[in-house]
Design a protein around this ligand. Structure first.
Ligand code: GN1
Ligand code: MG
Length: 370
């Protein structure tokens, strides 16, 4: 076990001897370790993370958000479903009582409980899993609809501000510091041709036609945990970007990550396409939890949001490729370019099936509010 991990872990309320720490190669942003501690022969596990403070500029405020959100959900679950209440994320306090520890190098660390007997899926194998995973992100929004207190902090400014993302893209492209634009001509042209997508949802939100709610904002399908035996939803994880946002974005990122079994960095683009039956399952799951509170305009823009978020992700990966891979972790050359290509292919596939997808949304929501 790396010595520095042990010395970091001792700053948290883990009342047992640390016996193991393993780096988990997951996530593009933070560094994650699984800790194991032992006391009287009982092993407990924890998740230790070094927060990427280049991305999250104000970790203390972010942790305030996360503590408010996790405590609210756990309290509600204790009332309505006690067994699940004990399987929610809990922030383990640091020795000074705060939700994080700052080391002498200015790194911020936090610890969560490890959710046992639950798994995440990078892609979903069945429509049943898709429906349940989508239900969980709907459940998450429903749980937070009555979060009391002040508006949550913006953990990353302009996170889903697609117009701003496209401005940054244009700037990076104009500079083309590493002379990489030549590798990505079709993708760059595609972005330019589709810039009209960028403003639609923010304009509606600006006019008050779409409400700003508390959203997860990073609903990659592997941010839901399902029980490994029953496949029932247990909890939602990766709460770093929980902040004010649009509900439709949360549905959207599921379209991006769960309607296609190919991974985000798949190089064989023939594998990248929307599977309509998976999409339908996502709608059913999400509608089961949200149909009572989503407005007509929100429902009408669920598929559009899927297009927009996939487009935004294409812009983000492409920008990072052109900028020299400064944001997302990469594990091979041109990784971000590959990622941007899958986004483009997926977006083309959504556009092709858009009409059928919109019809399904209408049908499923009609049924679930009947
Ligand atoms: C990042 O690292 P991870 O998996 O939590 C990113 C998301 C992107 C995603 C793309 C804070 O999420 O917004 O959609 O990569 N998170 C942040 O895979 O930028
Ligand atoms: Mg994340």
């Amino acid at each position: 076990m790396a010595r520095d991990i042990k010395s970091v872990a001792k700053h948290f309320h883990i009342d047992a001897e640390l016996v193991d720490a393993k780096l988990l190669a997951r996530g593009h942003i933070n560094d994650t370790y699984i800790l194991a501690s032992e006391k009287h022969g009982v092993t407990s596990r924890y998740v230790l993370q070094r927060i990427n403070h280049t991305v999250f500029k104000d970790p203390p405020s972010m942790m305030t958000n996360i503590i408010r959100v996790t405590e609210h959900i756990s309290a509600k679950m204790r009332e309505i479903n006690a067994p699940l209440a004990s399987r929610q994320l809990t922030v383990i306090a640091a020795d000074d009582g705060r939700g994080y520890y700052e080391d002498i190098d200015g790194n911020f660390w936090r610890v969560y409980n490890f959710i046992e007997n639950a798994v995440t899926h990078d892609s979903l194998e069945s429509t049943e899993l898709a429906c349940e995973a989508a239900r969980m992100f709907g459940w998450f929004q429903r749980m937070l609809i009555d979060l009391p207190g002040p508006v949550l902090h913006e953990s990353i400014g302009d996170f889903h501000n697609t117009p701003r993302r496209s401005e940054v893209f244009q700037e990076v492209l104009a500079a083309d510091r590493l002379n990489r634009a030549k590798d990505a001509r079709p993708e760059i042209d595609f972005v330019s041709e589709n810039l009209g997508l960028c403003n639609v949802l923010l304009d509606l939100a600006g006019k008050g036609e779409i409400p700003v709610r508390i959203a997860h904002n990073d609903t990659k399908i592997n941010n839901v945990m399902l029980d490994e035996r029953t496949n029932k939803g247990v909890c939602v994880i990766d709460l770093d970007t929980v902040m004010p946002g649009l509900s439709v974005y949360d549905f959207a990122d599921m379209i991006r990550t769960a309607t296609c079994s190919a991974q985000e960095d798949e190089r064989d683009l023939s594998k990248v396409a929307v599977d309509i039956s998976m999409f339908e399952a996502l709608v059913r799951g999400f509608a089961a939890e949200t149909s009572r509170f989503l407005t007509f305009v929100e429902k009408k823009h669920l598929v559009f949001a899927g297009k927009l978020i996939t487009f935004e992700q294409l812009i983000r990966f492409l920008t990072d490729y052109l900028a020299g891979d400064v944001y997302y972790k990469i594990s091979r050359q041109r990784h971000n370019l590959d990622r941007s290509r899958t986004q483009m292919k997926l977006l083309e596939s959504i556009i092709e099936r858009e009409e059928a997808m919109n019809e399904l949304v209408e049908l499923v929501f009609e049924k679930s509010s009947a």
